[in-house]
Write a protein that binds this ligand. Structure first.
Ligand SMILES: Nc1ncnc2c1ncn2[C@@H]1O[C@H](COP(=O)(O)OP(=O)(O)OP(=O)(O)O)[C@@H](O)[C@H]1O
Ligand SMILES: [Mg+2]
Length: 631
């Protein structure tokens, strides 16, 4: 079977990556590739850098997160620039616990999981390779073997700074197994794997009464005490807590602020000195990234407790708010649906967009300056053009609130509503109205929503509904025009010919008879009126268009009906206005005649072939738009 062959090939490939040698051999490797000795933080940072960075709208976009995390570019940039980057440079922040703070289902766990899985894979690459003292349960850094008094010289020779002390277990092994000859100590390449408990750990607090600190720092192996004679013999200790196992890599501390204090205090010295205490041994040096996550209220109550001051000052808190871009929210849903068991259900176009519109609205805050509505703000944040504003206004608007995105509706709620609607009604096709209805029904059952919030959420649902109505009408009208693009282009060419003649005070030529004609004022006005251009303003508007056309020509660019935002809108509206009656009569007729039926079938076919509907959703759409136009 093919799959088994691939498994075998994969195993063989992994086999070739294995390496074992003495410390002496390892030092040879370091001469060529000093980066092999990098710290855990540096490795994480390099892993992210190696995937490449793009610059989008003045913000860095890291390819490492690109396909999995959407709309959090600014938070990720901050996380990397303010934590990972300085930590990789061995600045003090690396000793602090990284605390991701954000609302429920905002992607914190997703982020941490990406780092963990990424790091596992990275250790299989050349750049991310990790070497450790062979047989050490903590995969200790072999360079810890270099005695302190020689480390300055080593740094001069190799350009590598060594931090940390040889652990008690390896101190003993060095004496017993290698008779103190550090050059003979065996070193091996290790590959991180959370399943195998190498380099990646997760600590998750359970019942504080039964949970033991051993889960974090290991414990005495009573069965071996008799053999070694004493509890303080490191060979009688199992260094298998999460902190031990995550050495050289990273440990996720789930629900950190909910966990018992005794666990937190243990982290104090780790975050201060880079070492921790286990059993009756000298401090154990650890080199690992510790990531925890929490929500805002939990965090507030944590810092309000004076007792936590010391620990608090040893954390770096990074806000991970909800995504605030509608189109990114849509991508989140798409991703979540792909991962779910409803991925084969037909989702009509605009369905997820409308849901995302609602969700994003619940997360935004009304500007106190009152100059921009929430809906406009949403479009502006999404990078769309909004009358009276430009994207340069976005930073200013964002500055107004530092906690925007820290509350609102979470993506999981939306996906749960969509799935439960599909399952309950046994639907194989779902549209925007189904989803809005379902979101609305769900608000009653949503546990953490106050009465006022509910009111405002209902209002957002009706805003989203209105936006959908417009989208739906446009879509149907577009499908009605036989070849929409073609018609728009013809109408625009016609308009431009007239505008040109008007501005140059010249005449047009009748294409049939060749006779000279005056510019068609009625046609031009019928288009301009669509976007509210007054009689007084028409001249300026027409001239502006000609200037734009010549600017395009100078740059060798083609001016088409998409090149001028307002003109495009005017053309579109004009086309639709001419069509309105036909659409209205055709879609709402109870007993359509033969010609109407034919047209309907054509439109349905266009909706299916060109706009991504299926026959159920296309027919639903037509019926809905018919009812809208008749209101
Ligand atoms: N910005 C985002 N980009 C991509 N996916 C996201 C984003 N925000 C949330 N999700 C998706 O939402 C779901 C919940 O996210 P996740 O479990 O990571 O949240 P969390 O912040 O850890 O939540 P909790 O506080 O409940 O533990 C996941 O399926 C995740 O992929
Ligand atoms: Mg989580």
């Amino acid at each position: 079977m093919d799959i088994l062959r691939k498994v075998r090939e994969y195993r063989e490939e992994q086999e070739t990556l294995k390496w074992e040698g003495t410390l002496e051999d390892y030092l040879e490797l370091l001469k060529e590739r000093p980066y092999l000795a990098q710290s855990a933080h540096s490795r994480v940072y390099q892993m992210i850098q190696d995937q490449g960075i793009e610059e989008i709208d003045g913000h860095k976009q890291y390819n490492f997160f690109k396909d999995q995390i959407f709309g959090l570019e600014e938070s990720l940039e901050r996380l990397i620039e303010e934590y990972f980057h300085p930590a990789a440079k061995r600045l003090d922040v690396r000793k602090r616990i990284l605390l991701l703070m954000g609302p429920v289902s905002g992607g914190k766990s997703t982020l941490v999981t990406l780092l963990k899985r990424g790091l596992e894979e990275y250790t299989f690459t050349d750049k991310g390779a990790v070497y450790a003292i062979k047989g050490c349960p903590m995969h200790e850094d072999p360079l810890h073997l270099i005695p302190h008094h020689l480390r300055a010289e080593f740094e001069q020779d190799y350009g590598i700074r060594i931090e940390g002390n040889l652990s008690p277990l390896n101190v003993m092994r060095l004496e017993e197994e290698y008779k103190g000859r550090i050059e003979d100590v065996l070193v091996e390449r290790v590959f991180f794997s959370e399943d195998k408990r190498t380099g990646i750990g997760t600590f998750s607090p359970s019942d504080p009464k039964s949970q033991d600190i051993a889960d974090l720092t290991g414990s005495i192996d009573f069965s071996t005490i008799a053999e070694y004679g004493s509890e303080s013999d490191p060979r009688a200790y199992r260094f298998d807590g999460e902190l031990n196992k995550a050495n050289r890599g990273m440990m996720e501390f789930q629900e950190m602020l909910k966990s018992d204090e005794k666990f937190l205090w243990h982290l104090l010295s780790l975050t201060q000195e880079g070492n921790f205490k286990a059993g009756r041994f000298a401090l154990i040096s650890a080199d690992e990234l510790i990531v925890a996550h929490t929500n805002e209220s939990e965090y507030r109550s944590f810092i309000s407790n004076k007792k936590n001051e010391a620990l608090h000052s040893r954390m770096i808190v990074m806000p991970i708010p909800y995504n605030l871009k509608m189109s990114k929210e849509e991508q989140i849903y798409q991703k979540m649906i792909q991962e779910s068991d409803i991925k084969d259900v037909h989702i009509a176009p605009h369905t997820l967009k409308v849901a995302a519109m609602f969700t994003t609205l619940t997360r935004l805050k009304e500007s106190a300056k009152g100059s921009i509505s929430l809906l406009k703000k949403m479009y502006l944040y999404d990078g769309q053009t909004v009358e009276g504003f430009s994207d340069t206004d976005v930073p200013e608007l964002k500055k107004e609130f530092n906690d925007e995105g820290m509350s609102g509706i979470d993506p999981r709620y939306v996906i749960n509503r969509i799935s439960s609607t599909i399952i309950k009604k046994e639907m194989n096709s779902i549209n925007a109205l189904d989803v809005l209805r379902s979101l609305k029904d769900g608000l009653d059952a949503h546990a953490s929503i106050s009465k006022e919030q509910r009111e405002s959420y209902l209002n957002f649902i009706s805003i989203a509904r209105k936006e959908y109505d417009e989208l739906a009408k446009k879509e149907v009208q577009k499908a009605f025009v036989y070849s929409y693009e073609e018609s728009a282009k013809t109408l625009m060419d016609n308009y431009l010919d007239n505008v040109e003649a008007f501005c140059n005070k010249s005449k047009l030529e009748d294409p049939l008879t060749g006779e000279e004609m005056q510019p068609d004022e009625k046609l031009m006005r019928s288009i301009e009126e669509q976007i509210g251009i007054s009689e007084n303003a028409k001249k300026a508007f027409r001239e502006e268009i000609l200037i734009r056309i010549s600017a395009y020509a100078r740059k060798g660019k083609k001016f088409d009906y998409q090149s001028h935002e307002r003109l495009r809108e005017a053309i579109q509206k004009k086309l639709f206005a001419d069509l309105k009656d036909v659409v209205k009569i055709t879609t709402s007729s109870k007993t359509p005649d033969e010609q109407q039926l034919k047209k309907m079938n054509e439109v349905v076919a266009t909706l299916i072939d060109e706009y991504g509907y299926n026959s159920t959703s296309a027919n639903d759409l037509l019926r809905y738009v018919g009812s809208l136009l008749n209101r």
